[in-house]
Write a protein that binds this ligand. Structure first.
Ligand code: MG
Length: 386
């Protein structure tokens, strides 16, 4: 029985993880759950999965939850805030943590879990963008694995299982292209509704906007370079509208290995849960005759400036990817709040990274300093103070 903790269990990935846990009964048990403020959903998850501990954002919610558990005769530890997340991350009884909190808030709990020698499945992109090398080195020191949850990285992981990383020539990272890769109208007039209408994947709001600007793919390229230890120049983005090939690896001998399946997040999540085993799943079997054709296109870096910004940041390294990711987080939130135009997202990110003074001394402190600076700087641009 694998014992897991899920940080972010009320989100899009979190609920899918629990869905799979209940389908592969007897294989995984849930020790800890953390949500932000969706207490109603957490209560039903507590009843169903019987975790030993939970954590929520506010002290107020935690107090009420304690009362509720007493009244219902449920023995459970209730924590709150960043300290609460850390408590869950290091719970002695767990083997593995799923980090599926959006944004840079998830980083500290990932670091805590790795230090406590837990395998970590990372659905929280930002922590790998912000502190990728730091986390990977820490994982090696502690002898634990960092497992991908994203469909593309799971594909790459599956394509290189048992292979030598030094023999990878290129990673071919596929992208659906989002709703606008063929859009030829004015990008500055794109509305929130249009941007939220993703053709293949149903996801949270932030990542859906990132998929529309292709920043998501840029972040994924950096993530791939970190997770698989290859330079960013070796990661190539391939637009593949059918979303059937989830990514590929080209090896030095010219062989290209790909992972294909119907597009369903349940598969990569289940693989992270059961690795190194494979279990039957409920996903729709791949019918290649029904799919008919698989297309591949080069992405247009001029139309999608966020791609340039991501590669630029990865090449600069140090604190720059963190600054880029945070500036994007702030800009996307402003777009969703109707404060800026769709095309302003890339402009704000660019302005922020170009004004950033790189710190070459990488520690959690310098990374959080850079994070805070970028957050405030991007906010100032939005308020037109800069
Ligand atoms: Mg993805």
């Amino acid at each position: 029985m694998k014992k897991i903790t899920i940080l972010g269990s009320s989100g899009s990935i979190g609920t899918q993880i629990l869905d799979i846990v209940s389908k592969i009964k007897g294989y995984v048990c849930v020790e800890g759950l953390a949500v932000g403020s969706n207490i109603k959903l957490l209560k039903s998850q507590i009843k169903k999965f019987k975790p030993k501990a939970v954590s929520v954002n506010s002290a107020f919610d935690a107090k009420n939850l304690k009362k509720w558990s007493k009244t219902n005769n449920i023995k459970i530890a209730v924590y709150n805030g960043p300290k609460g997340l850390e408590k869950l991350a290091v719970m002695p009884s767990t083997d593995m943590m799923f980090a599926s909190i959006v944004g840079s808030a998830g980083l500290q709990s990932v670091v805590a879990a790795v230090k406590a020698k837990k395998d970590v499945a990372v659905a929280n992109k930002e922590s790998l963008i912000m502190a990728g090398k730091y986390i990977m080195n820490l994982a090696t020191e502690n002898g634990v694995s960092i497992l991908p949850v994203d469909s593309e990285h799971s594909a790459i992981f599956q394509c290189c299982d048992g292979e030598k990383k030094s023999q990878i020539k290129r990673i071919l990272l596929t992208a659906s292209g989002g709703p606008f890769y063929r859009y030829d109208k004015d990008f500055s007039k794109i509305t929130i509704e249009q941007a939220l209408d993703h053709p293949t994947w149903k996801m949270g709001k932030k990542i859906t906007i990132d998929s529309a600007t292709l920043m998501n793919k840029g972040l994924e390229a950096i993530e791939a370079s970190v997770l698989f230890g290859v330079s960013i120049e070796k990661v190539e983005i391939v637009i593949h509208p059918q979303s059937i090939v989830h990514s590929m690896i080209e090896y030095i001998d010219g062989s290209v290995i790909a992972q294909l399946s119907s597009h369903d997040m349940h598969l990569p999540i289940q693989y992270a849960l059961t690795y190194p085993e494979r279990l039957p799943s409920n996903i729709k079997p791949l019918n290649l005759f029904e799919v008919g054709k698989l297309e591949f296109y080069k992405p247009d870096f001029n139309k999608f400036p966020c791609l340039n910004l991501a590669y630029y940041s990865a090449k600069k390294g140090y604190t720059v990817p963190a600054v880029m990711s945070v500036a994007d987080e702030v800009a996307v939130a402003a777009f969703l709040n109707k404060k800026i135009k769709f095309t302003d997202i890339a402009k704000i990110v660019e302005k922020t990274i170009k004004s950033h003074k790189i710190s070459k001394n990488i520690s959690l402190d310098t990374l959080f300093e850079a994070d805070l600076w970028a957050r405030q700087y991007a906010e100032k641009i939005i308020k037109k103070e800069i």
